[in-house]
Design a protein around this ligand. Structure first.
Ligand SMILES: NC(=O)c1ccc[n+]([C@@H]2O[C@H](COP(=O)([O-])OP(=O)(O)OC[C@H]3O[C@@H](n4cnc5c(N)ncnc54)[C@H](O)[C@@H]3O)[C@@H](O)[C@H]2O)c1
Ligand SMILES: Cc1c(CN(C)C(=O)CCc2cnc3c(c2)CCC(=O)N3)oc2ccccc12
Length: 263
């Protein structure tokens, strides 16, 4: 039971297809007690039954990270209901639609500010506000994507945000290491979740990743969940500031091996 006696909060469950749901399942299976947050009332109806599935009926809280007062209220609620916590999962991202298609250089200042606020600054603010509750052996995990390291068609503004999120992971790791708080990111391969819905050519993305990854497969939320649980557990006690790829090895590829037909 790698997470026995550990308590934490997971931000970013929308439904049972969410990557955060995969992480919750893996952590609960290893004995963790988990609190959940939801963005709005529409999602509350999806998250409450999921929390109940993990015996966390009374550990469900609203938290729209664009509202500082909701992050402060979350800290108060967690302090009241859990006291100390050992992990935080930040599985949140958003960019206005215009940021995920069309010409990159057409991105507006408004879209840029929203994407950076929700997808990057929210990690800093959540960790800072919840820090008083974090034990001196705790772990923070966020989710990133390869489009933050290399160009991926149409990922555009979210690529800029993920590049910033990955450096934020490292600067937070340095700043919080002295307090016994580890900060890491999982860079997951493409997965068909709500956040992937409405993305043009996503089916093509999945096919391309499956064909050109060493493992010749797409990844699942359970596989990301297992690796996330490792980073939240004591097994990764010397790991911090790390971007851990869970993508079938796609990120190591320069050029796919092709059999040249002679002549
Ligand atoms: N699906 C993929 O292909 C993929 C791959 C790599 C990384 N990721 C990352 O994984 C994380 C989770 O995404 P997902 O794919 O599980 O999709 P998802 O839609 O299930 O999760 C995204 C979550 O972000 C939440 N959110 C958005 N704006 C918010 C706000 N203002 N306040 C609070 N919560 C807010 C949504 O409510 C939702 O729960 C994201 O950071 C995403 O960038 C996704
Ligand atoms: C992979 C992949 C994803 C999934 N992924 C890694 C993501 O990070 C998606 C995050 C996301 C952020 N903001 C929004 C949306 C999704 C869709 C709805 C919306 O209005 N805004 O998105 C892509 C967009 C283009 C190309 C590839 C991808």
């Amino acid at each position: 039971m790698l997470m026995k006696g550990k308590k934490g909060v997971i931000l970013g469950v929308a439904n049972n297809k969410s990557i955060a749901y995969g992480i919750a399942k893996a952590c609960a299976q290893q004995g963790a007690q988990i609190a959940f947050t939801y963005l709005n009332e529409a999602l509350q109806k999806r998250v409450e039954p999921i929390a109940a599935e993990f015996g966390s009926d009374n550990l469900v809280y609203p938290c729209d990270v664009s509202k500082p007062e909701e992050i402060k209220a979350l800290k108060e609620s967690l302090e009241r209901d859990l006291g100390q916590i050992d992990f935080i999962v930040h599985s949140i991202a958003f960019a206005p639609k215009e940021g995920l298609s069309g010409r990159f250089y057409d991105i507006s200042r408004e879209a840029f500010d929203i994407a950076m606020d929700i997808s990057v600054y929210s990690l800093i603010e959540v960790v800072r506000e919840l820090k008083p509750l974090l034990s001196d052996n705790s772990s923070v995990l966020t989710l990133t994507y390869y489009g933050g390291a290399k160009y991926i068609p149409n990922y555009n503004l979210m690529g800029i945000a993920k590049a910033a999120l990955e450096m934020t992971t490292k600067y937070l790791a340095e700043d919080l290491g002295k307090d016994g708080i580890r900060v890491n990111a999982i860079s997951a391969g493409p997965i068909k979740t709500l956040a992937a819905a409405g993305i043009g050519d996503f089916r093509f993305m999945l096919k391309w990743n499956e064909a050109h990854s060493p493992l010749k497969k797409n990844v699942t939320i359970d596989e990301v969940g297992n690796s996330g649980m490792y980073l939240l557990s004591d097994l990764s006690s010397a790991v911090t500031g790390e971007i851990h790829y869970v993508d079938g090895g796609f990120n190591i590829m320069g050029m796919p091996a092709v059999e040249f037909v002679d002549g």
